[in-house]
Design a protein around this ligand. Structure first.
Ligand code: SF4
Length: 63
């Protein structure tokens, strides 16, 4: 599974961090950071994060 975020679209509202805290987080500068190759077991959480992102900035490629 490969996760990418279009940081130009991301409005840093944090819904993805709430849905999949194992994958998405804000760093000390308040910028979104993410794990680009999360474990397969996190698939549902990642899909939910992509669904709830208000600007559809999260892209998930499943293997
Ligand atoms: S939910 Fe979307 S807009 Fe909000 S922080 Fe995550 S990627 Fe950015």
């Amino acid at each position: 599974m490969k996760v990418t975020v279009d940081t130009k679209l991301c409005a840093e509202m944090g819904q993805c961090v709430f849905s999949a805290p194992e994958v998405f987080a804000f760093n000390d500068n308040g910028k979104l950071v993410w794990e680009s190759n999360p474990d397969l077991g996190l698939r549902d959480a990642v899909d939910e994060a992509a669904d709830v992102c208000p600007v559809q900035a999260i892209f998930v490629e499943h293997d």
